[in-house]
Design a protein around this ligand. Structure first.
Ligand code: GDP
Length: 195
């Protein structure tokens, strides 16, 4: 994918604040610190467009970026950060629930997990929630550069089995360092936004 233009559009916490722009949308979700910002930056060839989180769990808005005026990326705040209060967690839950269930332009969610470890209970809950609402998901297992190539398939299998990934949802191995998986992920995104 040749990146010609990336624009930060807006941030918001409720439906009325999200862009009205009719671009098809792809949301990115994952546990705090999983490598979501790095993945977004790798996808759009930018160093700091999405902010890598110095304070995990702090970014509580959904941030919207348009790419090549063809697709909208919605960067959803990371989940599973232990130091978030119950009140914050509940607000986050409501925001996500309304975003995922009511956001009309949403085509697919990229759910990011860490290839090195079995998906957490939060990862499993997120995937179940998305499937419960019939939202197409692309699972991306990132930080692949931290695992030797010979072990990639074994780790992918653990990811697929733990999440109980449906055959219709692809699982893509990725690294923001080496960019492995970048072209494959762009292929999946473009296929889903041009349908
Ligand atoms: P976020 O909280 O999910 O947005 O995670 P970040 O993108 O801020 O990444 C968390 C940490 O993991 C940072 O120190 C990144 O440099 C590191 N990281 C993210 N992706 C990769 C990757 O693909 N490979 C390696 N080796 N490190 C990564």
């Amino acid at each position: 994918m040749k990146i010609i233009e990336v624009n930060f559009i807006t941030s918001g916490v409720k439906l009325s604040q999200y862009p009205e722009d009719a671009l098809p949308e792809i949301a990115l979700a994952g546990r705090s610190n999983v490598g979501k910002s790095s993945l977004i930056n790798a996808m759009i060839n930018r160093k700091k467009m999405a902010h890598t989180s110095s304070k995990p769990g702090k970014t509580q808005t959904i941030n919207f970026f348009s790419v090549n005026n063809k697709v909208m990326f919605a960067d959803v705040p990371g989940y599973g950060y232990a130091k978030v209060s119950k009140v914050q967690r509940a607000a986050w839950g409501r925001m996500l629930e309304s975003y995922f269930t009511k956001r009309e332009p949403l085509r697919s969610v990229i759910q990011i997990v860490d290839l090195r470890h079995a998906p957490s209970q939060d990862d499993v809950s997120m995937y179940r929630f998305l499937k419960h609402h019939n939202i197409p998901v692309i699972i991306v297992a990132t930080k692949a550069d931290k695992i030797t190539k010979g072990h990639w398939q074994k780790h992918l299998k653990v990811v697929k089995q733990t999440l109980n990934v449906l055959p219709s949802d692809p699982v893509i191995l990725f690294s923001s360092e080496t960019k492995v998986g970048r072209d494959e992920l762009w292929g999946e995104i473009m296929r889903r936004v041009s349908d």
